[in-house]
Design a protein around this ligand. Structure first.
Ligand code: MGD
Ligand code: MGD
Ligand code: SF4
Ligand code: MO
Length: 721
């Protein structure tokens, strides 16, 4: 039997609408959903290739147990769960639940029920150390939100539909489709900006795919803080800061003083940007409806929180915060941000303490870089077990090789995944999970990231193959076997107070249903006739529902969580970070700067097994400027050895004019091999660029504990030289 079902993609944050073709319970094809109100028939090659992941013969379909020789054998669910539960119980009584750690990867966070139960169940086991992709991705941005607005989750969005000048500082939306913003068809939106006479300016060390379609302004990697301070300087110096700013923000004079020494002429030496261009940009930011948007290039440098803080300081001072065409705040139809704020989640930030060596913890997320150390350092807090949910930290975090070794010394490693990857090849058990079209879902944690408040839910469109199970179901059963009840998670608490949940065991679906019913278009449990429930949303709006044509602006006093409801610009931490800039020393042994590069047909470390995405691609390689290649005695397509203070890798070099001099770009997520089940990916070669990243706590961004993954000082040597 052949049928079509409406659903949506969950590989990355636009959540593009999809129509799935199913034959005899198998996903045989996908096409972009033309009736999806936002993605309107768009999907990218990764999204379209997903059936190859779902039906991949290399996928893990049955629980696996590692044998002493490192190979895996199939075991029954009961055998696996009995042993895991017994070992968790033992760890809890012998050493305390806090010695069990967890790592949540990116796909786990894009799976609402898995992410939710990851918190509920793991906290119930006593887990306190939640490592995640966050310290390689979002945490610097969240802490900037906290300092500016008093709420980690209050995420400014670029109002692409109305802006006249979009400055992209460290993002490549044409390839990556934006992040911490859910905007399908982002390329079209960028072209619409220039189409209506506006500008898109890409400030990036590499002439990216986005820069090629718009304007490119090269910048030295990891120098954005200086550029932004100079923009602030010019805004004040030229009297461009609107009066209104003093009504909506505090610390304006302190910010003026902080930026005062950083004239464009002074910072030019760091950024490489012509001072006149900086001045002209500052004027344009004020003259037009403008946005400065930064993501990973801004989030992974050595002063990442400062950079994110300054991005929205510039937006504020140029009169572009919380205005149409500037940066705006999303409105989750489920009011998630408001509920989280009320539950204290918006301020769940523990700053680090240099005196005791305590690292920052952001919404419960610990920095991942020192993970391996924390598994090997003796003491009552030593990490003895690790539960990995949809993650591959051996490739995605700086811990790399050390982590592989450290994991082998742990008492228990359990992984919930679709594959055997470079990380869980060291797991005692791999528990096979559902792929995205095999489960119901909703973009719960992106609800406030839409420019048009939007709601869509999907059911599973195909059954899971073999013995794959949903993550939350696995975790729920483990809780029952360990003999613990659900942890008092804030979402469970919030939703349990109302409706029928009070008398029932919480499940992700019941929680989501309650949130929908209490939300802006919900049925309020019968109080609002015609309002929505999960089931009604699915039935009446399978392609999704645009709840409002645009988010409201002018809500700053309402959304800012600081006591005076004003944006806070003066913080000792920020002043200290600016002071630290002056102390940065050029590393003479490492004259080049390493940056990352996402590829259009690759998703972090986990889509390299798909033949249709890999056909006729360039090998995993380092991109360098032709003049640097010649000067260093390298050759195009020859091999280069990149050395940092943390490690060294060897790979081919590709010479390209699309990169600034002194910069090397290497995609992350490569270096497949070992006992991984990805046969094609393993044969592709490639190396793990994160071996060049430091695990030293002193090298992390001090405010958020972010791994330093862009602008890493390196040198390049000819292999065989
Ligand atoms: N140098 C450098 N390093 C980086 C980055 C960078 O730009 N430069 N980017 C960082 C960023 S932004 C991120 S998000 C991280 C990503 O880092 P991670 O989240 O640690 O790793 P991924 O490569 O996303 O691997 C995810 C794993 O999840 C599995 N998976 C896929 N779908 C599912 C599913 O539905 N269920 C389950 N249970 N498992 C699934 C895959 O098989 C894979 O093994 O990498 C970070 N690392
Ligand atoms: N095709 C594809 N799409 C993806 C992913 C993928 O792996 N592949 N991953 C998804 C994930 S998990 C995320 S978080 C998002 C991330 O999406 P983005 O935030 O857009 O991340 P990148 O594509 O890595 O783009 C970062 C840009 O910053 C630039 N850059 C590096 N260092 C600096 C610097 O110091 N200053 C400035 N100004 N620029 C710098 C880089 O050259 C690069 O162009 O993408 C998502 N989408
Ligand atoms: S951009 Fe591609 S991978 Fe991301 S949600 Fe859309 S179709 Fe999926
Ligand atoms: Mo990410």
């Amino acid at each position: 039997m052949r049928e079509e079902k409406v659903t949506f993609c969950r590989i990355c944050e636009p959540f593009c609408g999809m129509i799935a073709t199913i034959e005899n319970d198998k996903l045989v094809g996908l096409r972009p959903d033309r009736d999806h109100p936002l993605s309107k028939g768009f999907a990218c090659p990764k999204g379209m290739a997903y059936p190859h992941v779902q039906n991949d013969p290399d996928r893990v379909r049955f629980p696996q147990r590692r044998r002493p020789d490192g190979s895996f054998e199939r075991v029954s669910w009961d055998e696996a769960m009995t042993d895991i539960a017994a070992r968790l119980r033992h760890l809890r009584t012998e050493y305390g639940g806090h010695t069990i750690a967890s790592y949540m990867g990116n796909p786990a966070a894009l799976n609402y029920s898995g992410a939710l139960w990851g918190q509920v169940a793991l906290k119930a086991f006593g887990v306190t150390k939640f490592y995640s992709a966050g310290s390689q991705d979002t945490n610097s941005r969240l802490v900037a939100n906290y300092l500016l607005f008093g709420n980690l989750l209050l995420q400014p969005l670029p109002d692409l539909d109305h802006t006249e000048l979009l400055v992209i500082l460290g993002a490549n939306p044409v390839v990556s489709h934006l992040s911490l913003a859910s905007v399908p068809r982002v390329s079209d939106k960028l072209h619409a900006i220039t189409g209506r006479g506006g500008r898109v300016l890409v400030i990036d060390p590499r002439r990216t795919e986005t820069a090629r379609e718009f304007e490119w302004l090269p910048v030295v990697p990891d120098a954005d803080a200086w550029l932004l301070l100079s923009l602030v300087h010019v805004l004040f110096e030229e009297g461009l800061v609107p009066n209104r700013v003093r009504e909506i923000a505090t610390g304006v004079d302190a910010m003026r003083a902080l930026a005062a020494p950083h004239t464009p002429e002074v910072t030019h030496a760091h950024t490489g940007i012509d001072p006149e261009q900086v001045r002209s940009l500052a004027r344009q930011l004020v003259a037009r409806k403008s946005v400065v948007y930064g993501r990973l290039g801004a989030c992974l440098g050595s002063s990442a929180t400062l950079v994110n803080f300054l991005i929205d300081t510039v937006n504020l001072l140029a009169g572009n915060l919380d205005v149409r065409g500037g940066v705006v705040f999303g409105q989750s139809p489920l009011r998630l941000v408001e509920l989280a704020a009320r539950a204290g989640m918006g301020s769940d930030y523990q700053p680090g303490d240099p005196d005791t060596g305590r690292l920052p913890v952001v919404m419960g997320m610990y920095p991942a870089a020192p993970m391996a150390r924390e598994m090997t350092v003796d003491g009552p807090d030593q990490v003895r077990a690790l539960i990995v949910q949809g993650g591959n930290p051996v490739l995605s975090t700086p811990a790399a090789a050390d982590l592989a070794t450290a994991m082998q010394g742990l008492d228990l490693v359990v992984s919930l995944d679709l594959y055997v990857n470079e990380t869980n090849q060291y797991a005692d058990y791999i528990l096979p999970c559902t792929a995205m079209y095999e489960r119901e879902d909703h973009a719960l944690f992106s609800g406030a990231h839409y420019l048009q408040p939007f709601l869509q839910v999907t059911d599973a469109v195909v059954p899971a193959p073999g013995e794959c199970r949903e993550e939350w179901v696995i975790l729920q059963e483990l809780m029952e076997r360990v003999g613990v009840g659900p942890a008092p998670h804030w979402l469970v608490a919030v939703t349990s107070r109302v409706g029928r949940l009070l008398r029932m065991q919480p499940t992700p679906r019941r929680i989501l249903d309650t949130l929908i019913r209490l939300g802006t278009v919900g049925d309020r449990f019968g109080l609002r006739p015609g309002g929505l429930t999960f089931a009604e949303l699915l039935r009446r709006h399978p392609h999704g529902l645009v709840v409002a044509e645009q988010v409201e602006v002018g809500r700053l006093r309402e959304v800012v969580q600081h006591k005076n409801h004003r944006v806070a610009l003066d913080h000792a931490e920020i002043r200290a970070e600016v002071a630290r800039l002056a102390a940065r020393e050029p590393a003479a042994d490492f004259p080049l700067r390493l940056i990352g590069q996402r590829e259009p047909r690759s998703e972090n470390s986990w889509m390299h097994n798909v033949a249709t995405l890999r056909a006729a691609r360039d090998p995993h390689a380092a991109r360098m400027h032709p003049a640097d290649v010649v000067e260093l005695g390298l050759t195009h397509r020859g091999r280069v050895r990149l050395v940092s203070k943390a490690g060294a890798i060897e790979l081919p070099v590709l010479a390209t004019e699309d990169i600034s001099r002194g910069v090397v770009a290497v995609p992350h997520g490569w270096g497949h091999g070992g006992r991984g089940s990805w046969r094609r990916a393993n044969a592709e070669g490639g190396v793990n660029v994160n071996e060049l990243a430091s695990t030293d706590p002193a090298d992390l961004d001090p405010l958020a504990g972010m791994s330093h993954l862009t602008g890493i000082p390196v040198r390049a040597e000819r292999v065989g030289a």
